[in-house]
Design a protein around this ligand. Sequence first.
Ligand SMILES: Cc1ncc(C[n+]2csc(CCOP(=O)(O)OP(=O)(O)O)c2C)c(N)n1
Ligand SMILES: [Mg+2]
Length: 336
Amino acid sequence: MSQDASPTPDKEALLRLYRGMLLIRGAEEQLAKSYAAGLIHGACHTYVGEEAVATGVCAHLRADDAVFSTHRGHGHALAKGVPPRELIAELYGRATGCSRGRGGSMHLFAPEVGMMGTSGIVGPCILQATGAGYSFKLLKTDRVAVAFFGDGAVNNGAFHEGINLATIWKLPVIFVCENNLYATEVPFAYASGNPDVGNRGPAYGLPGVIVDGNDILAVFDAAGEAVRRARAGEGPTLIECKTYRTRAHSEGMRDTGYRTQAEVDDWKARDPITTYRARLLDGGLAAEDDLQEIEADVQGIVAHAAEFAEAGPWPDPATAALHVYSETEGGEAAHA
Ligand SMILES: Cc1ncc(C[n+]2csc(CCOP(=O)(O)OP(=O)(O)O)c2C)c(N)n1
Ligand SMILES: [Mg+2]
């Protein structure tokens, strides 16, 4: 999805945000079921509970802007425009997946829409986005790069190096920290001497913003200003989104012993989708019919995407060496 930055979204834009979050939720719930049914090969970290972040940020991006993501990247991929059926097919290992079935959840690539990759390595996406921002600046474009990363990445050296470099060179980068309070089972309160990430910004010399990451409009506003700044050559912004994952760290993992059910329930009550839905209705910003139409549509898209994925062919073993190096027109690896 893509739209112009606007501090006061009109009804159409408000509904697009609702639709964007619902699509991620629907796809993730489908993937959780598929994982339990043994259809997914490799790990599957869902984004349930955090949908407002990817949706609110990517709403400001164009296809030629670049997103660098994490192990929890399905939402980023969908929000950046990867078709749901290509996401699900990728996790199913099919040739019809966005990475031709070779990558799975943590290697989602779709450069044609600016999805420059999810990665299982915690931290480097910060440096990759900085590098992309550097190239966008050298090429004298107004393109922007976004790094999504968790609280688990912010005490990694990549955070310090990337943010400092982007700041001194005024690079068009938006650093989005999804602080969901845990890195696997390690509480951020234990791992960091400072409970906030956004307030590190001024120490590095760039704006640092802290927003309620479950409030799509708060994320949308903060990201809109960050993207505007970046496109105008004013440099990077650090945005910390306080949020929470309501499913286990990864599908199939235990989800007890490190957090309480009361805490999970508390955050479920602050679900980004249900709270936004109520806000749209209570504020007279949308009608029940508008929302139900979107809900039915998204449900259909996800169901078809899952069917498409399951019906897809496995990659042909004869092509195993392809897509490793850049390829010539004849399909041969240029550096084989
Ligand atoms: C460099 C590196 N160190 C450790 C790991 C193991 N690991 C996988 S996920 C994860 C937690 C990441 O937490 P966070 O960045 O907060 O993201 P979240 O899972 O909460 O979305 C860790 C430590 C890794 N993948 N890469
Ligand atoms: Mg985390």
